[in-house]
Write a protein that binds this ligand. Structure first.
Ligand code: BES
Ligand code: MN
Ligand code: ZN
Length: 495
């Protein structure tokens, strides 16, 4: 889909469909009012007929507009005539784009960036239009014979007065970059484990490096990791026919000496649980155990496309977790790259084994902050459901920055405590620490485990087990937390 800013007056605009807003009690947005005047009260007529009341999320498609270069008009209900909340704004946008699916509409002009939204400027509103529309248009067709998608839209123009063109352009650039990042993340995440292997992920990273010359990609092979002493990471891939990869992406948009922001994403391309085998129901969803890694790729794409003046490193430890004669066994003791020994009490707690060696590896970048993102614990779903991602960390300023970004990006987070008392649960009789901490507070003890490998830098951990994909009939990747991380980076660059 192609996005652009339209500054021409509406009277001169030509398109298959114009989207305009109406408020409750038959009040019109500026563009709706303008078009109403130039069509002899067509919109008022429809409102008076009672076809739409203006409640948030209602839509009516007027599919014939006499004597006009605008073929159709989509009326979108916005709710009460006052500044909308960010959430209601997105709700109205989603309703608008959803109602245009399966229609022969190729070119759309959207005027909804003119509505007032609390604490939002035109840049934010423009960006949200692109993010919501692009999210709704995404459909996974790679493995279907019929590649046709429900949305036929090719071009979306977002209106802006000339006076606000600069803000609109910023929104356009950010919106396109973030939408592209989300798209890549969703596509990689939705791919099945037999296609999207660690090797495939590494190839996709190299592809990205060809597309964006500002991204430098290097791939660490098992032999390299062996030399580094990554005994925890390699113990997981030993049980799989697929070799592990540690994918490293480097983006140097900042000053030479400025410390990098390091993003680490769990890239388990399939998690069967290993010898502590998972149950059969829902096991297909463990192809999504690489969503953290995919989101790092998506965020790096967005950062490169926005040409952010920052230094950013992306690290993606990637492997499968399978049962095998050579797989980890409960009771096995590993030596991690840090030197700490780990007793594997449950081979299904494999994510932290990959992440702990990657955290140690991150030290060599002398990071400003390290943020890891991982579909790490089912317990996170129990605690927080599928609404916010879990946030834990060893630095309040970093956690607060992430919380602030999550509000702006509409990609919510909730912080959980990482208190000393919980570390007790990881005690092992035979090694420095155990890889699981019992049934209580599973998300917190997983983060406690990681924290023992993040002692030398400011670090935050995002548990995205509940937010990276939807389950049920609408199963599919969400692309989260690419919006949150992109916003965090934007704030770091310009805030
Ligand atoms: N990838 C899973 C976590 C997960 C489970 C994400 C369900 C989304 C939905 C992770 O590797 C795992 O298996 N974690 C175990 C940890 C346990 C053994 C301490 C879990 O959550 O059951
Ligand atoms: Mn697991
Ligand atoms: Zn896992």
């Amino acid at each position: 889909m192609d996005y652009a800013i339209e500054t021409a007056p509406l009277e001169t605009v030509q398109c298959d469909c114009l989207i305009v807003g109406v408020y409750q009690d038959r009040q019109l947005c500026a563009s709706a009012s303008l078009i109403n005047d130039s069509t002899q009260g067509l919109i008022s007529k429809i409102l008076n007929r009672g076809d739409i009341s203006g409640k948030n999320g209602e839509t009516v498609l007027i599919n014939a507009v006499p004597d006009s270069a605008i073929e159709r008009i989509l009326l979108v209900g916005l709710g009460e005539n006052k500044a909308l909340s960010g959430k209601n704004y997105r709700k109205a946008l989603l309703a608008a784009i959803s109602s245009l699916k399966k229609k022969p509409i190729k070119s759309v002009v959207c005027s909804l960036a003119e509505c007032e939204v609390s604490d939002a400027d035109r840049s934010w509103k423009t960006r949200q239009i692109i993010e919501v529309f692009s999210d709704a248009a995404y459909q996974f067709t790679t493995c279907k014979s019929n590649k046709e998608t429900d949305s036929k839209i090719e071009k979306i123009s977002i209106t802006s007065p000339v006076a606000e063109l600069e803000l609109a352009q910023t929104g356009l650039i950010q919106g396109k970059a973030i939408a592209d990042g989300i798209n890549l993340t969703k596509l990689l995440s939705d791919l099945p484990g037999n296609i999207c292997t660690p090797t495939y992920l590494a190839e996709q990273a190299l592809e990205l490096g060809k597309q964006y010359l500002s991204l430098d990609i290097s791939i660490l092979e098992e032999a390299d990791m062996e030399k580094l002493g990554m005994g925890a990471l390699l113990s997981v891939s030993r049980g799989s026919r697929q070799p592990a990869k540690l994918i490293a992406l480097s983006y140097q948009g900042g000053e030479k000496n400025s410390k990098p922001i390091v993003l680490i994403g769990k890239g388990l391309t399939f998690d069967a649980g290993g010898i502590s085998l998972k149950q059969a129901p829902g096991m297909d969803e463990m192809k999504y155990d690489m969503c953290g890694g995919a989101a790092v790729l998506g965020t790096m794409l967005a950062a490169a496309q926005m040409q952010l003046p920052l230094n950013i490193i992306g690290l993606i430890p990637s492997s499968e977790n399978m049962p095998d004669g050579d797989a980890n066994k409960p009771g096995d003791i590993l030596t991690s790259m840090s030197g700490k020994t780990i007793e594997v009490l449950n081979t299904d707690a494999e994510g932290r084994l990959l992440l702990c060696d990657t955290l140690t590896y991150a030290e060599r970048y002398n990071p400003d902050v390290v943020i890891d993102l991982a579909t790490l614990t089912g317990a996170c779903l129990v605690a927080l459901g599928r609404v916010p991602s879990g946030l834990l960390g060893n630095n309040d300023a970093l956690c607060n920055d992430l919380l602030a970004a999550s509000v702006t990006a509409n990609d919510s987070l909730w912080r959980l405590p990482l208190w000393e008392e919980y570390q007790e649960q990881l005690k092992s009789n035979f090694a420095d620490l155990a890889n699981v901490g019992g049934k209580d507070a599973g998300t917190i003890t997983a983060a406690c485990f990681l924290s023992q490998f993040a002692e030398n830098f400011h670090w935050a951990h995002l548990d995205i087990a509940g937010t990276a994909w939807r389950t049920g009939s609408n199963k599919g990747a969400t692309g989260r937390p690419v919006p949150l991380l992109s916003q965090y980076l934007i704030n770091r660059a310009y805030g």
